[in-house]
Design a protein around this ligand. Structure first.
Ligand code: AMP
Length: 308
């Protein structure tokens, strides 16, 4: 009798199995019930093809909230006409199992018409931040991102929104959207999760052949060279950029797109990285952002560095 009691209590405290819903109305109602019970709700939006990077967001979200909602939606609005929307990986069963095991309470899997009904007309654009770096390489991309996240937030209405540093510009755009639209949600960023050799985890790594996968480490090696240069006292952005490109030249399957040394808060290009250099008053954080094509995949990565 006394031995069975603790076991009963443990079972009673266990979370319910992960629910899966498609309808926005049912998602809204489920979250509203939690909010009425004074439970804190965190939200992790994804496009699926779940990996450890996504799962780290779920675990962090869980640690700070009572309930975690995740979404899987391959958002057509953020893909350009010649991009990989049709072949984006969709391992649905595996994704569900991984998210359930990581502690997601509610998985929202909207159908395209749940997000964009035929008479949908609204677009959300964060001016300026959306037009540079990834935004310059992928016109319209960030309008697609901010529009879908505004819609998802309108339905889920979470206390916290969790985003990955892996997509630093995306996080910045969404933080600004939340601030400018006065959306009642706290945005949190989680660090980039990497493979053992340093390659940032990404759903798009699945496109790489074994030879390409071996060379994709060039993005991280380039950033590591930038970090070493900065740690060694280099304060010229042009020379930091050259250090990255010098690494890339050793990897013939890697076609570099950009190396940008920018203010991490504004994405404005920097030239002189000294604290009191020619950009006095600018933020202390420097972002080194890179993009490259490796075989069929277009990969991005970044490094943040604080000027002291
Ligand atoms: P995605 O499914 O690629 O749209 O990513 C969903 C969320 O996971 C975004 O907030 C990403 O920034 C984040 N994310 C993707 N890859 C990683 C990673 N390697 N480490 C941390 N967060 C990540």
């Amino acid at each position: 009798m006394s031995a069975s009691r603790p076991r009963t209590r443990r079972v009673a405290r266990r979370r319910a199995a992960m629910r899966r819903l498609a309808s926005p109305g049912r998602v809204r109602a489920a979250v509203a019930a939690w909010r009425r019970a004074s439970l804190r709700v965190a939200f992790v939006p994804t496009m699926g093809a779940i990996h450890e990077g996504h799962l780290s967001l779920v675990r962090r979200a869980r640690a700070g909230a009572d309930r975690v909602v995740a979404s899987i939606f391959v958002n057509p609005l953020q893909f350009g006409p010649r991009e990989d929307l049709a072949r984006y990986p969709r391992p649905v069963g595996r994704d569900r199992a991984l998210l359930a095991a990581a502690g997601v309470d509610l998985l929202w899997e909207p159908r395209p018409a749940d997000v964009y009904p035929p008479d949908h007309r609204t677009r959300v654009t964060v001016e300026g931040l959306s037009g540079v770096l990834e935004g310059a390489a992928r016109p319209g991309h960030f309008t697609g991102v901010s529009t879908v996240v505004a819609i998802l937030l309108g339905v889920v209405a979470p206390d916290e929104l969790w985003l990955g540093q892996k997509d630093a510009q995306q996080a910045l755009v969404l933080e600004r959207m939340v601030r400018d639209l006065r959306l009642p949600v706290r945005v949190r960023r989680a660090p980039t999760v990497r493979e053992p050799d340093g390659l940032a985890m990404s759903s798009r790594n699945a496109y790489l052949s074994p030879a390409e996968r071996a060379q994709a480490v060039a993005l991280w090696r380039g950033l590591a060279a930038a970090r070493a240069a900065l740690a060694g006292g280099e304060r010229s952005a042009a020379r930091v950029e050259r250090a990255v490109r010098a690494v890339w030249r050793r990897f013939p399957l890697v076609r570099g797109e950009y190396v940008a040394v920018v203010d991490a808060a504004t994405l404005e290009p920097l030239r002189d990285l000294r604290r009191g250099g020619i950009h006095p008053g600018r933020g202390r954080r420097v972002l080194v952002a890179v993009a490259a094509r490796v075989g069929p995949a277009r990969l991005i990565d970044n490094l943040e560095w604080s000027r002291r």
